[in-house]
Design a protein around this ligand. Structure first.
Ligand code: HEM
Length: 193
């Protein structure tokens, strides 16, 4: 009888331990699942690395580099990091200007958008971004295609920058600090293009 009681007690303790371990597993699993894409990509430093690399690729890519001919590159990089930070769930507020306004009159074709995505894929591969994060990020950016592209029926690349395109004004360095990147007040984005 005593043996039976001991066995029952042992079984009971084992079940309790197993239940606790399972709960811990699902908790730590839950925490992993709850990590934002921003965190999983590696945060601000990783996004800066990605933006530096993809902008360098775009600048060297004759399929799209004409479009950047009048652009202030430090401003472009700063706002790209800020926007990527915001859309991946990071601690930044998304930039105020819409994609349509930002890209207005650049006359970007569907083919040029795809060329830019190819450059981005090369960058993500260079940094060994895992497949799930890569897919998630490309999904988010792909959903913006219709807002960026003004010539959707064309697969042409290397089309010129329209002569009357007016680039956004350069930002002073004090408006492009790490602090301003996280600033919820959306610095420097109030002026119209
Ligand atoms: C989903 C894809 C894209 C996103 C999220 C994106 C985002 C941005 C952002 C945040 C800016 C900075 C705006 C500012 O400083 O005010 C910008 C500017 C710019 N983007 Fe994009 N972009 C995308 C695709 C493209 C593509 C495919 C091209 C060309 C092939 C392009 C060409 C440009 C140019 C030339 C500027 C500078 C405009 C200026 O000088 O005022 N973008 N983009």
């Amino acid at each position: 009888m005593l043996k039976m009681k001991r066995l029952a007690l042992a079984l009971c303790c084992f079940s309790l331990l197993a239940a606790t371990a399972a709960a811990q597993d699902s908790m730590s699993g839950g925490q992993i699942m709850n990590k934002s894409l921003y965190e999983r990509l590696g945060g601000e430093a990783a996004l800066k690395g990605v933006v530096d690399d993809v902008v360098a690729r775009a600048a060297a890519d004759t399929r799209i580099n004409a479009k950047f001919g009048k652009t202030d590159i430090p401003r472009l990089k700063f706002h790209l990091v800020k926007q990527l930070c915001a859309v991946t769930g990071g601690p930044c507020k998304d930039i105020k200007r819409t994609q349509e306004k930002i890209h207005h009159n650049l006359k970007i074709t569907s083919g040029e958008f795809d060329a830019f995505v190819e450059d981005l894929v090369a960058t993500l591969d260079k940094f060994n971004v895992p497949a799930p994060e890569k897919t998630e990020l490309l999904g988010i950016l792909g959903s913006l295609k219709s807002k960026v592209v003004e010539v959707p029926d064309s697969s042409a690349t290397g089309t010129p920058l329209p002569d009357n395109f007016k680039p956004a004004k350069p930002l002073p360095p004090e408006k492009m600090t790490a602090e301003k990147l996280m600033d919820k007040k959306d610095q420097g984005m109030k002026k119209k293009p």
